[in-house]
Write a protein that binds this ligand. Structure first.
Ligand code: SF4
Ligand code: SF4
Length: 179
């Protein structure tokens, strides 16, 4: 694969990677154990510092490392506090989910991110994998040449990408299924 986004599910931080002042995963994800919805700061988080209940934090927090933490090839620009996006591999399907800070909902469309996301999408689509950007539960499928709105969806929702051919080359359409 190209530099970055090896897409390996890992719970180990890559050498030299540390969260430092990043706390973005404490905002973007839902945390049912604490009744925390997606897109709002956890009540235990001190932004830019860390978790106030570190020793007793829920397993979901304990077990999570974003892709930037686990993949040393991910460029520095992709550190979540800088990119405003938390990338992770969804274990059930190997898709890359991009959880965007709702305070910066267009972050994924900006340079250098959107071009890189489309390059990664081109590599992943050959393997039947996809990249989906979420702003809370509003999803967009990122394909090599375009971004396709999926509307509201959960990470576990199923969908199928159909490949077609139009006057300008390959086209993709999406069919939603039941969760
Ligand atoms: S988003 Fe990644 S780098 Fe930021 S705090 Fe969470 S695990 Fe650490
Ligand atoms: S419990 Fe701690 S680690 Fe988990 S989301 Fe809240 S502040 Fe972050």
């Amino acid at each position: 694969m190209a530099a970055g986004l090896q897409g390996i599910i890992s719970t180990q931080a890559a050498p030299g990677r540390e969260c430092g002042t990043c706390t973005l995963c404490c905002k973007v994800f839902q945390l049912p154990e604490l009744g925390k919805p997606a897109g709002v700061w956890c009540r235990h988080c001190t932004q830019g510092v860390g978790c106030g209940i570190h020793a007793t934090r829920p397993a979901q927090c304990r077990d999570f490392f974003c892709l930037w933490m686990t993949d040393a090839a991910m460029p520095a620009d992709w550190k979540p506090e800088r990119s405003k996006m938390v990338l992770s591999v969804f274990p059930a399907n190997g898709f890359i989910y991009v959880q965007v800070d709702p305070g910066f909902p267009q972050a994924w469309r900006k340079a250098p991110y959107y071009d890189q996301l489309r390059r990664w999408a081109r590599e992943l689509v050959e393997k039947g994998r996809h990249i989906i950007a979420f702003v809370n539960d509003n999803a967009t499928l990122i394909m090599p040449e375009e971004a396709i709105s999926l509307g509201k969806m959960k990470a576990t929702d199923r969908f199928m990408v159909r490949k077609g051919y139009g006057p300008n080359g390959v086209t993709y359409s999406v069919e939603r299924g039941q969760a």
